[in-house]
Design a protein around this ligand. Sequence first.
Ligand code: AMP
Length: 192
Amino acid sequence: MLNIILFGPPGAGKGTQSEKVIKKYNLTHIATGDLFRKHKEEGTSLGKLAQEYIKEGKLVPDEVTIKMVDEKIKENKNANGFIFDGFPRTVAQAEALDQFLKANNMNISGVVALEVPDQELRVRLKERAKTSGRVDDQDEEKINIRIQVYHNETSPVAGYYEKMKKLKRVKGVGSIEEIFNAICTSIDSFKK
Ligand code: AMP
């Protein structure tokens, strides 16, 4: 079973690349941002709670996020493998994911970290705001908060997997195809 984490800051291209990776490796996509937005559209209490944090550019509490991911994995017991996109975003989430996978005889095969300079992220998120319809893309202040939250709370997750020798860094600047090829090279190395 191939279980991949596509890691990186907001605007790194995780969503775009995940779509391509899913097709090539026949994986099930678990994107926590997408799941929260779906809950919001459906008007669930989880969606309403998450939105309070999302609109401020802050992280949704770990407990809520972890529970949602656990449920999603359970719903897809027969999956060929998973690609986690936008999760884990804290070391506590990474530890909870490891525990949950271990209890179900699974593990993380490897983590691909997309690296994009902050200035480029700001440009991309401002551009995405024109079409994404996402409240958290519209406001420059919220974009800055999300990038800061990434540095403070999320980037330590890379170190967590690096210690386990599961992390591959990929330059997230270039054409979509170039970046995709580099991601595939990393994923293929996890399979060996
Ligand atoms: P994304 O679509 O991945 O950019 O996520 C949009 C927003 O959803 C983030 O800015 C957070 O507010 C929230 N979110 C998504 N994934 C997580 C996570 N793993 N932990 C906490 N909050 C999250």
